[in-house]
Design a protein around this ligand. Structure first.
Ligand code: SAH
Length: 246
């Protein structure tokens, strides 16, 4: 009996050292394996592709992406691709999260609206950079997931609401910036209204069956200017039952 326990202990010890349980494993320099992967992600996928704002890079180094994905995806949390988060939805590729964050030029006193909380990860990155984040998610279990994950990761400046984000979050408007993480055929007018003058919105625009454009919207003295930044592929922006379409 005793010998079995000793053998199990030995195997667990070897497993930790050998990196079979990477979340718990430590590298030689004492750095967490996940942290090491995260730093590599920022250097190789994000900085290497031209995202350069130092605060954004630091936020990407700090936000622990592996805390926001389902258990089955943890080994891939720092891979260069979107990952499934259940309910047919995905957490965006890290580079796209960083790029969208950089494009809104986040400043510490900002109040930011996100549409499409999903895993909660983009909200976490924003929460590293601005005072308040308001995020709306249409799928109830995902809204719950995002809220729980953000709380578990210690973010206290993010509010999550389950609703159709087409209507924004009027009670907390206006926002310094808006980040939309699902693709819409057109920019929802309520989101434009809830954007402050001088504010920026980043939004994937296009049909669900084609490549969409990541569009940067700037509002200046009530006038909008839009710029296509990059072809992208996002999950579709869906509508609540009240809108009659899904
Ligand atoms: N920002 C997320 C990405 C999630 S994918 C992350 O970091 O993980 C996009 C999300 O938008 C999905 O969870 C989807 O359910 C949500 N979504 C789609 N249409 C929506 C709508 N009308 N209102 C709010 N959320 C919506």
């Amino acid at each position: 009996m005793k010998r079995t326990w000793l053998l199990l202990l030995l195997l667990a010890f070897l497993g930790l050292r050998g990196g079979w349980f990477p979340a718990a494993g430590l590298c030689q320099d004492g750095m967490d394996v996940m942290e090491e992967r995260r730093l590599a992600m920022v250097a190789e996928q994000i900085e290497a592709r031209g995202v350069s704002a130092p605060r954004v890079l630091e936020a990407m180094r700090r936000a622990e992406r592996h805390l926001f994905v389902p258990d089955s995806q943890v080994p891939f949390a720092y891979d260069d691709r979107p990952l499934p988060i259940g309910h047919g939805q995905t957490i965006s590729q890290p580079y796209i999260v960083a790029l969208m964050t950089e494009l809104i030029r986040p400043q510490p006193p900002f109040k930011v609206l996100e549409i499409g909380a999903g895993s909660g990860y983009q909200a976490a990155v924003l929460a590293e950079l601005v005072e308040e984040v308001y995020t709306v998610e249409i799928i109830a279990p995902l809204a719950k997931w995002a809220e729980a994950r953000l709380a578990a990761a210690g973010y206290e400046n993010v509010m999550v609401k389950q609703a159709d984000g087409y209507y924004g979050w009027e009670e907390h408007a206006p926002f310094d910036a808006v980040v939309v993480t699902a693709a819409t055929p057109h920019i929802p007018p309520p989101l434009i209204e809830q954007l402050k003058d001088g504010g920026r919105m980043i939004i994937p625009v296009g049909s669900r069956f084609r490549v969409q454009q990541l569009v940067l919207v700037e509002k200046e003295k009530g006038e909008l200017t839009t710029r296509n930044m990059l072809p992208v592929r996002f999950v579709p922006f869906t509508r609540g039952d009240d809108a009659g379409v899904r």
